[in-house]
Design a protein around this ligand. Structure first.
Ligand code: PMV
Length: 320
């Protein structure tokens, strides 16, 4: 491998937001999920990652040098015995704040490195590799609606993203409450929930049914049904988080105010549904014709509101 010529390649990926949530691992090192999940890739946020030759491994994130062992490990898994690489990555949205920057980050990394090293792996294999860096990253290899299946293999080779194959013009509004980095990362949080939450077993048992209901709603293009399962999954996940010891409470006062506003909008006949991840931001799902009204209602309660359409999968933007 080390004799292969390395070129410089750049890839772009978008974060995805789970409509049916992933929380909990059945295998830590392999990042194998305890539950399946279903996500929507967003169009408005981007991670751009360039991988090229270097004298020794170097990783740069948003202009600062970092030593990210996970990045190096994913590169080693992609191409055992690889030559040293320089990885330069940047996000045009807050990093580590519950906006899925690790999902777009590892999706962009594997696509750029695959092009730089000429490994030409199938997308499913790249999804498996991205999963090793961050579980949810395996869904950002594809655009739009993506399922992450549990898989049955012990090596995890069949636990990757699968495009749902339904092209649905939805809107997902991200009401940003704080740009601060989250206090407890998802790996540590998931392990705390597994080890201490009395609700964890029920959360895991319900996961397959939630994804089946989510997929049925997507195939029927039934937005109220999809919104209902998204909220059910979200609140079950946050119930599992907050019943952990010590409690994982990612919400801020503005998070709660935004949730009440979503419920109030719905009570007034505006169809919209809320979800949250491991951070205080509130994401709201609605049809295109309601996005403007929902955005106007959320804006006074948030730092800003970003409106997303379904985005595309991770892709090479400039091989050289
Ligand atoms: O892939 P991770 O380790 O960043 O975990 C993501 C967990 C949630 O965002 C809370 C849920 C999800 O399915 O994306």
């Amino acid at each position: 491998m080390s004799t292969r010529e390395v070129v410089t390649a750049t890839a772009v990926a978008h974060p995805n937001i789970a409509l049916v949530k992933y929380w909990g691992k059945r295998d830590g090192p392999l990042n194998l999920p305890a539950v399946p999940s279903l996500s929507l890739t967003l169009d408005g946020y981007h991670t751009t990652t360039t991988v090229g030759p270097a004298d020794a491994d170097e990783v740069w994130l948003n202009g600062a040098r970092t030593d990210d062992a996970k990045v190096r490990r994913v590169l080693d898994l992609l191409a055992p015995g690889r030559p040293p690489l320089r990885v330069v990555t940047a996000n045009d949205f807050p990093t580590g704040a519950g906006l899925a920057s690790s999902a777009s980050g590892f999706a962009a990394l594997v696509v750029a490195a695959d092009a730089a090293l000429g490994t030409a792996l199938p997308r499913e294999a790249l999804s498996v590799l991205a999963r090793r860096g961050s579980g949810s990253a395996c869904r950002s290899l594809w655009g739009g609606l993506v399922e992450w299946r549990l898989g049955v293999r012990v090596d995890g080779a069949d636990s990757h993203g699968v495009p749902v194959g339904v092209d649905w013009d939805l809107r997902l509004l991200v009401a940003v409450v704080s740009d601060a980095k989250k206090a407890v990362g998802s790996t540590e949080g998931m392990e705390r929930s597994r080890a201490t939450s009395p609700l964890y077993a029920a959360w895991v048992a319900n996961g397959p049914r939630d994804v089946a209901d989510g997929l049925a709603a997507v195939r029927a293009r039934d937005l109220p049904a999809l919104g209902a399962v998204m909220e059910r999954s979200t609140f079950a996940m946050h119930g599992t988080m907050s019943s952990s010891t010590p409690p994982l409470l990612y919400w801020q006062p503005a998070t709660v105010a935004l949730l009440h506003e979503v419920f109030a909008l719905r009570a007034r006949g505006v169809p919209c549904w809320a979800t949250m991840d491991a951070g205080p931001q509130v994401k709201v799902l609605c049809a295109p014709e309601h996005a403007e009204g929902v955005e106007a209602a959320l804006r006074p309660l948030a730092l800003r509101v970003d409106v997303h359409r379904p985005g595309g999968g991770a892709h090479v933007s400039s091989p050289s």
